[in-house]
Design a protein around this ligand. Structure first.
Ligand SMILES: [Zn+2]
Length: 478
């Protein structure tokens, strides 16, 4: 993880935003309340977003949440609002922050060989959260603020994934970090494995995938001259640990579980995004001609996406036709949100006159699918239909209160509706959740000057107080 320099340089100290959350004060008790854990997690998320590590791709993120939620429902905290998100890093790692935030590196998604292996990592991380492992580490010292705990949480993760900067992490966050790091025990790992395994079984994944994935990581370490994947540093894999899990799954039958179509589509998408559009086109064309890889549907999905990125619309249309024909013979590919979204994108690029209707129907069929919603709202705004856009966005913001793209779209809609107060307020929310406090404050000041009802202005005042509070704490930390 490359989060660390950011922490040392800025030591950003935002708190949760939006008025419903309490003060920035010290934590007096040894263990955090659920609300405090959530705040530490949210502040860590703001830092991750500000460091540009967050992979803002709604399709990858919605997929991770779909698999994660399948597991969470069997945990001992099924109502905890987990957020799974992708990290734009092609090294192999995954991590859990207090309060239900689970990050998965693009690199980890690419090395997993099947969906159960991915589920084994998510189940393990979910269990770190529900057992409050990280929360216990960051709250061991009385008098820490939420912000400093968020920084410590990230520093622990950064230090553990990169020993070279571990020294710097200790220097940046104080000596007690060292002790906290040492407290990240073998028992925590074993507990997370055991509980994760339980979640996998209950959710119908193949439990054998857990030891298999750990062995794969161990083997890859031996092959790469002891250069361990980051995952093994943040979650030390010992022979004991593998033996323990193997022992637990040895009597269990293998579930021969077909991977979802999305597992392959999401991974193909990540492979494409790593390359320039031209290189991606070459890569997928080659894969399809040589039949080198298993999933032709996914390869063609990658090809059509890359052609769109390169503005080769006619070729994209032709390849999409082949893809849709192929999809007809695969039951699992019917009524698939990712394929529907690709179809919509090709229509849009080709300036097909029924594009808007197609998006409208698609959003009705997949009302929670953010990629479709972002693009449909964008089209609505291009067609001066701000009222319809705001209707959709209001629901989505309630579901995803930290989604900065939704706030950006809201700002555009309010601008069209000549509502500058709400426009600048939405811009402020977007900036704040990206960790950019000075600009967020500036937007709120502009909103205030626009004037509004007593109710609107008092919300802005309260948001301003909160943001100034965060900024003061940031200054104090430096
Ligand atoms: Zn772990």
């Amino acid at each position: 993880m490359k989060i660390l320099p950011f922490i040392i340089l800025l030591f950003l100290a935002p708190t949760t935003f939006g008025g419903e959350l309490p003060d920035l004060g010290d934590v007096s008790q040894a263990s955090l309340s659920p609300l405090q854990e959530r705040q530490v997690g949210q502040q860590s998320m703001m830092q991750i977003k500000a460091s540009k590590q967050f992979l803002n791709d709604p399709e990858v993120n919605d997929y991770l949440n779909e698999i994660g939620d399948k597991l969470v429902q069997y945990s001992n905290e099924p109502s905890l609002d987990f957020e799974f998100f992708a990290v734009n890093d092609y090294s192999v790692n995954a991590f859990a922050l207090p309060g239900g935030f689970v990050g998965v590196n693009a690199g980890l998604l690419l090395v997993t060989e099947n969906e159960s292996e991915l589920a084994s990592v998510l189940g393990h991380e979910i269990s770190h959260v529900t057992q409050h492992h990280m929360a216990r580490m960051v709250s061991a010292t009385k008098g820490d603020t939420m912000a400093s705990m968020a920084a410590i949480a990230l520093a622990i993760l950064a230090a553990r994934s990169n020993p070279d900067i571990a020294q710097a992490a200790v220097a940046g966050t104080g000596a007690h970090l060292m002790q906290k790091q040492l407290n990240f025990t073998r028992e925590h790992e074993q507990e997370a494995d055991r509980l994760g395994l339980d979640l996998m079984e209950k959710a119908g994944f193949d439990p054998h995938a857990m030891p298999e994935f750990l062995q794969l990581l161990q083997k890859s370490t031996r092959l790469s001259d002891g250069n361990a994947p980051n995952y093994m540093r943040t979650h030390p894999i010992t022979s004991d640990r593998i033996a323990d899990i193997e022992n637990r799954v040895s009597n269990q039958p293998y579930h021969l579980l077909p991977d979802s179509i999305d597992f392959d589509l999401v991974r193909t998408k990540l492979i494409g995004l790593q390359k320039t559009p031209r290189n991606a086109i070459r890569y997928f064309t080659d894969a399809l001609t040589t039949h080198r890889f298993g999933n032709q549907l996914a390869q063609r999905y990658g090809l059509v996406s890359s052609l769109l990125r390169d503005n080769q619309v006619d070729r994209a249309k032709a390849e999409l036709a082949v893809l849709l024909k192929q999809a007809k013979s695969i039951p699992a590919a019917q009524n698939n949100a990712m394929l529907t979204t690709l179809q919509a994108r090709v229509k849009r690029a080709a300036k097909d006159p029924d594009t808007l209707d197609f998006y409208r129907t698609a959003v009705q069929n997949f009302p929670q699918y953010r990629a479709l919603i972002y693009e449909y709202v964008d089209l609505l705004l291009n067609n001066n239909q701000a009222d319809a856009a705001i209707k959709l966005l209001t629901d989505q913001v309630t579901l995803h209160p930290m989604d900065t793209t939704l706030y950006d779209l809201e700002a555009r809609a309010y601008h069209q509706m000549h509502n500058p107060l709400e426009q600048h307020r939405a811009q402020a929310y977007s900036l704040a959740w990206q960790g950019n406090l000075p600009d967020a404050i500036m937007q709120l000041e502009i909103a205030k000057r626009e004037g509004g009802s007593f109710y609107q202005l008092s919300i802005i005042e309260s948001d301003l107080r909160e943001l100034h509070g965060m900024q003061d704490e940031q200054t104090k930390k430096k």
